[in-house]
Design a protein around this ligand. Structure first.
Ligand code: NAD
Length: 336
């Protein structure tokens, strides 16, 4: 019976993953380890209160004592989601990104070795590959070419994982996924930011010309991919996941305006993000072939359900859009 340490399980993808795994595997025990930074939120786990196979432990992945304390709860496997995850914040201050994403991964890898875990999964991002031109796709063979402090810190972490696998024989796999959307996503990322602003008739900030292309995937498809990599991934391998759903940011913005019945005057063009990657697109045929994984959620349906979720969870949004959030928002996009 596996006992899985899930780091970052109070964040967006981690909380969806915890819920997914508890619902689909009646044998699994979860130790959910999270520092509860600005992005971590116990409200994301409220429906799991009192769940007999879920234990929440507050701790920091950069602290050896915190991590060892969590591992001593009989952990057999590690799935590492915890990270500083927002590119714009990494441009404002890269310090926490290097600490949590690089040092935190090293601390966790040492613990995984010490406690002889069966499998270690590093949840990474397609952003480590850098930016594409108008054509082409990222494969697992694409050289790493991170452009932002965020993606550089994730690439550093990935390389540590590969070094621990090579040097110490750690049974580790790396997953690299494209842009996720879905419920419980912190409203600094494009889809929840725009949906929640539009629901309140507020403007939405579009960077530059809005022609940056992203490949969107529903968070549950990502969760199924991480689970497949954990269960069936070959040690030392990397698996890409994407939704085969490329869209320019401006087209997505126009679609959201249409779905929410709002006017285009709510678009506010703002100066482009520094070093903004132009296009990401994922080739996920390896995961399909070797893991038997396919993205299942159609974008139209997933997006409509996601909008409904933010509409129905106005309290969740209101508690997040607090004083700290607003000061970050104004620093990033100017006064509303
Ligand atoms: P998130 O920001 O919503 O959640 C991150 C979680 O990590 C939070 O709960 C936070 O409290 C926790 N955390 C941060 N620093 C910590 C520390 N030092 N110790 C312990 N916990 C800490 O991020 P997310 O969008 O859910 O992303 C999860 C993972 O997936 C990240 O590793 C990210 O790089 C990766 N990823 C995200 C996307 C995406 O589109 N969001 C795509 C591909 C990969």
């Amino acid at each position: 019976m596996p006992t899985v340490l899930i780091t970052g399980g109070a964040g967006f993808i981690g909380s969806n993953f915890v819920r997914h795994l508890l619902a689909t595997d009646p044998a699994v025990q979860i130790v959910n380890f999270d520092a509860l930074t600005y992005a971590g939120n116990l409200a994301n786990l409220r429906d799991l209160d009192g769940h007999p196979r879920h234990t929440f432990v507050r701790g920091d992945v950069t602290s050896r004592d915190d991590v060892r304390g969590a591992m001593q709860r009989g952990v057999t496997d590690v799935i590492h989601f915890a990270a500083e995850s927002h590119v714009d914040r990494s441009i404002q201050d890269s310090g926490p990104f290097v600490r949590t994403n690089v040092l935190g991964t090293q601390v966790l890898l040492d613990a995984a070795r010490e406690f002889r875990v069966n499998k270690y999964v590093q949840v990474s991002t397609d952003e480590v590959y850098g930016s594409l031109g108008a054509t082409g796709l990222f494969t697992e063979e694409t050289p790493l070419h991170p452009n932002s402090p965020y993606s550089a810190s994730k690439a550093g972490a990935d390389q540590l994982v590969q070094a621990y696998q090579h040097t110490f024989g750690l049974n580790a796999v790396i997953t690299r996924c494209s842009n996720n959307y879905g419920p419980y996503q912190f409203p600094e990322k494009l889809i929840p930011l725009f949906v929640t602003n539009l629901l309140a008739d507020q403007q939405v900030p579009v960077y530059g010309d809005g022609q940056q292309v992203r490949d969107w995937i529903h968070v549950l498809d990502h969760c199924r991919g991480v689970e497949a990599a954990w269960r069936r991934g070959t040690p030392g391998e990397v698996y890409n996941f994407g939704g085969r759903c490329e869209m320019a940011n401006l087209d997505l913005t126009l679609l959201l305006l249409k779905l929410l019945g709002k006017p285009e005057t709510l678009i506010k063009y703002v100066a482009d993000r520094l070093g903004h990657d132009r296009r990401y697109a994922i080739d996920c045929t390896k995961a399909e072939r070797e893991l038997g994984w396919v993205p299942q959620v159609k974008f139209d349906k997933g997006l409509a359900e996601t909008i409904d979720w933010y509409r129905a969870n106005a309290d969740w949004v209101a508690t997040i859009k607090n004083k700290d959030y607003l000061s970050y928002y104004e620093k990033q996009y100017g006064k509303r």
